[in-house]
Ligand binder design. Sequence first.
Ligand code: MN
Length: 229
Amino acid sequence: MTALFISDLHLDPQRPHIVDLFAALLAGEARRADALYILGDLFEAWIGDDDDAALPARVAQATRALRDAGVPVYFMHGNRDFLLGADYAARAGITLLADPTVIELGGERTLLMHGDTLCTDDVEYLKFRALVRDPRWQAQFLSKPLAERRAFAAQARGESRRHTSVARPEIMDVNQAAVAAAMRAHGVRKLIHGHTHRPATHRFELDGQTAERIVLGDWYEQDSVLRLG
Ligand code: MN
């Protein structure tokens, strides 16, 4: 059993070479894997499954081809593409995963998360998250015309960039107490997440046992794939 884990591709028409790298992974190495897990922020922005842009259509075609070749593709929402819904998932042949989800990997219970909910020191972001994850806010947003939603997404990206540039770096990383609480709550000693763009494997002691937190890398400049099993 070989599973591939990726996150934070932030696919965007502005970075076509990253879209090509993703397409190459799906058409190449992923065909020989047993499963592909995408742990959020596959897209830089998501304004609704009815978006008629070229990028979502191209990605759906590529993920569906992988699924049709017999490799299941799992997707967990990130903080950029949390509005990706069941319609698009069906079109793209991907299975939506809740955040968090526990899977069994090589006989070990493994917790999968996007990672933003572990950054509990970033109070400003968590307030924004609570707002946009509210089903009423989402229904209202999705009822707006595409052009209006596009404008909102562009503005939110600007805000996010501003926030990232002024917030202290440690605020943008996970909180260790939140990590321990999540792992304890799910009875796991292994956690895989993305979001922070700080790829690393952290080993630490949790209740007298060795625990492991694997952070996936982003795809801003290059591809980044975790292979397990
Ligand atoms: Mn993220």
